[in-house]
Structure formats: structure tokens, C-alpha cells
Write a protein that binds this ligand. Structure first.
Ligand code: IMP
Ligand code: MG
Length: 184
């Protein structure tokens, strides 16, 4: 697997340190909201490793919800339209929702899920992403918590995939461009 990387972008110890810091920022933000009920909504599949580390840094009562979004990306690295392929499995009406995703790229995924949560009656919606590509992310898409801003390269590892591979890499790395199925 490692041989398929151009280089490691964010090693596991830096990820762990940042996840801990994000946990503190999030805990401060929700300090007074615990009684109203907090739900962490995870966008599958990419965010499953990040969220499992993140929630263990959060010392408050919470429910966990899951939603699966497909990006028609398949075996290419080009973004397509996003669609909900498995709907939210919990009720969020009247609850504070923290939406967690692996990466903010074009923003299509987050826009879609945020709309779904608003329709479902969430009391508040905040967003946490591990990675953001600022060169591509729309400036009107507000995200409250960001782990790392990165350059516009295709990255894998720590839950992020290429054609469903590499999710189990403990570090985040840049995939060698010659491995892309599409021209890039
Ligand atoms: P967006 O809808 O364009 O913001 O894309 C978000 C989704 O595309 C993420 O949840 C990822 O699953 C996927 N994605 C975007 N960029 C990358 C990348 O560099 N590596 C792996 N997956 C990515
Ligand atoms: Mg993906």
C-alpha cells in the first residue's frame, strides 16, 4: 500500500494530536448544550475512522447517527454529483447536530447532508471536517471545525479511499497520480 503513495502528507502522530485539539474545541462549543441532546452525524464511508477517534475525545452524552453519501466517483478521482444512498438512521428533530466528514472538496456532499438535516428539524447544525482543500471549497460553505487545510492533491488513508482501497492506512498520503484511472 505504502508503495502506491507519492509521499506521506500527514503522519499518524500529527493526526492524533490534531484530533485531540479538535475534540477540545468541540467540547467547549457544546459545553451548555448537553441537556438539549447532541447527535454526531457521520458521513459514510470516509469519516468512519476519524469519527471513531474524535468521539472518544468528547466527554459528553451523545447519540451517533449515520448517513451514506455516494459521489458517483467510482474508480476516478473526479468529483461527480452527490446523492444519499442510505438515509439517516436516527431522529434529529430538536437536537444539536454535529456533522462529521472526512474531507471538504467541492462541497456537494456537505450541502446535501446539511439540507437533509435541516429538513429533519435539527435544532442547530455545525460541521467538522478532518481535511479541507481551500482552493476548491466554496467560500460560502461555512465549516466550524477543520483539522487541516491541504493542497489540491488526491489523498488516501485514515478512512479516505481511492476506489474503496487504502482506508486502512494509518497515515494520510498523496496517491501516486499514475494510479488514477482517469486523467488528472
Ligand atoms: P465533495 O462533495 O466534492 O466535497 O467531496 C467530498 C467527498 O469526496 C468526500 O467525502 C470524499 O469521500 C471524497 N473526496 C474528495 N476529495 C478526496 C480525496 O482527495 N481523497 C479521497 N476522497 C476524496
Ligand atoms: Mg470517498
Amino acid at each position: 500500500m505504502e508503495a502506491d503513495l507519492e509521499r506521506i502528507l500527514i503522519p499518524r502522530d500529527r493526526i492524533a494530536k490534531r484530533v485531540k485539539e479538535l475534540g477540545q474545541e468541540i467540547a467547549w462549543t457544546y459545553e451548555d448544550d448537553e441537556d438539549d441532546g447532541i447527535t454526531i452525524v457521520t458521513i459514510l464511508s470516509g469519516a468512519f475512522i476519524f469519527v471513531s477517534d474524535l468521539i472518544r475525545q468528547l466527554p459528553f452524552r451523545m447519540k451517533i447517527g449515520l448517513i451514506t453519501v455516494s459521489s458517483y466517483r467510482g474508480a476516478t478521482t473526479q468529483a461527480g454529483g452527490a446523492r444519499i444512498s442510505q438515509d439517516l438512521n436516527v431522529q434529529v428533530a430538536g437536537r444539536h447536530v454535529l456533522l462529521v466528514d472526512d474531507i471538504l472538496d467541492t462541497g456537494g456532499t456537505l450541502r446535501l447532508v446539511r439540507e437533509r438535516l435541516a429538513d429533519a428539524g435539527a435544532k442547530s447544525i455545525r460541521v467538522c471536517v478532518l481535511l479541507r482543500k481551500p482552493s476548491k471549497a466554496p467560500s460560502d460553505l461555512n465549516v466550524e471545525f477543520v483539522g487541516f487545510d491541504i493542497e489540491d492533491k488526491f489523498v488516501v488513508g485514515y478512512g479516505l479511499d481511492y476506489d474503496d482501497h487504502y482506508r486502512n492506512l494509518p497515515d494520510i498520503g498523496i496517491l501516486r497520480p499514475e494510479l488514477y484511472a482517469s486523467s488528472h
